[in-house]
Design a protein around this ligand. Sequence first.
Ligand SMILES: NC(=O)c1ccc[n+]([C@@H]2O[C@H](COP(=O)([O-])OP(=O)(O)OC[C@H]3O[C@@H](n4cnc5c(N)ncnc54)[C@H](O)[C@@H]3O)[C@@H](O)[C@H]2O)c1
Length: 221
Amino acid sequence: MSGRVALVTGGARGIGAGIAERLRRDGWTVVVADLFGPVVCDVSDENAVEGLVAGLDRIDALVCNAGLTFRKKLSDTTLAEWSAVLSVNLTGTFLLARAAETKLRAAKGAIVTIASTRAHMSEPGSEAYAASKGGLLALTHALAVSLAPDVRVNCISPGWIHTNGPAPTPEDHAFHPAGRVGTAADIGALASFLIGPDAGFVTGAEFVADGGVTRKMIYPE
Ligand SMILES: NC(=O)c1ccc[n+]([C@@H]2O[C@H](COP(=O)([O-])OP(=O)(O)OC[C@H]3O[C@@H](n4cnc5c(N)ncnc54)[C@H](O)[C@@H]3O)[C@@H](O)[C@H]2O)c1
C-alpha cells in the first residue's frame, strides 16, 4: 500500500484510532480527520469537508467513521438533537463521498462506511442513532452503484466494541457467540481488508462485526 493515502474520519480515538493504526501497519499513509487532532474537520460542515479533501493530493481510500452516539427518550428528543445526529452520522458521509469522488475515481479507490448493528435492532430511545445508521446502509449501496466501476463502497456494522470506559465483565464476553466483546483492532482488520486488493469483487455490501449477537435468538427464561 506504499504511497496510497487513506482518509479516516473520527480517528483521534476509539474505533477510528484502531482503524488508523491497522492501516498504518499495512503500509497506508493515513490522514486522520477529527474534531480534535492534527487535521481538524467537522464532517457535518460542508465547507470544512470540501477544504479537507481539496488539501490532499490523492485519496485512495475513505473510511467514514466519525459518529455521535445518542440515546434519549423519544418525547424528550429535540429536533436540534435529531438533526445533529443525522448531520454527523449520515450527512457527513454524503459530504465526504461527494467531495472525494474525483480523487477516489482517479485512484480506483474504495470507501468504507461505519454503521452499527443498531441499524437492525433497537433499545428504547434510539430513534435518531438507529435512523442515521440505517440511512448509512442505504447510502452505501447507492454510492456503490453511482461510483461503479471505479470505486468500491462497503459498510461495516460493528456490535459492541470496547474502546473506553469500564472493562466488559466475563458475563458480557460470554453473551457473545464469539466468546468476547469486540475491539477496535477487529474493525481495523475488516476495514483494511475491504479497502485492500483482496476485496476487489466486494461492493455495496454490509459486514456485521458483532461477535454473532444479532444472530442469537433470545427468549425470556
Ligand atoms: N463503540 C461501539 O461499540 C460502536 C458500535 C457500533 C458502531 N459504532 C460506530 O463507530 C464509530 C466510532 O465509534 P467510537 O465508539 O470509536 O466513538 P468515539 O466517540 O470513541 O469516537 C468518535 C470519534 O469521532 C469524532 N467525531 C465526532 N463528531 C465528529 C465530527 N462532527 N467531525 C469529525 N469527527 C467527529 C470524535 O471526536 C471521536 O474522536 C461511530 O460511527 C459509531 O457510531 C461504535
